[in-house]
Design a protein around this ligand. Sequence first.
Ligand code: SF4
Length: 109
Amino acid sequence: MERGRYTYQLQSCVWELTLACCFSCRYCGSKAGHARENELTTEECLSVACQLADMGCRRVSLIGGEVFMRPDWPAIAQALTERKVKVSIITNGYLFGKDLIAELKRIDI
Ligand code: SF4
């Protein structure tokens, strides 16, 4: 990317992957609970992951809602980590279990 006077290099981003959540807390800043009607498809998310990496983004924080409510979260996260983008996930922890932790380790979150 050509760097002009007003062009900035993207370093990190926060990506609200879904508004689906296992809870609907009254104090939720995102008003999470149900997924939006037109959330990105898996294919669209994988494209965004590639675009972020191509733009030089080095860190992505995935948030919701609850990221783990999306069954395709591993593919999306892996599309980032395999392109050397560091990924963190903000979670309420409710869905945590051994399998989920193993998946997080496998994908290198
Ligand atoms: S994202 Fe967090 S605060 Fe919002 S509804 Fe879910 S658990 Fe509650």
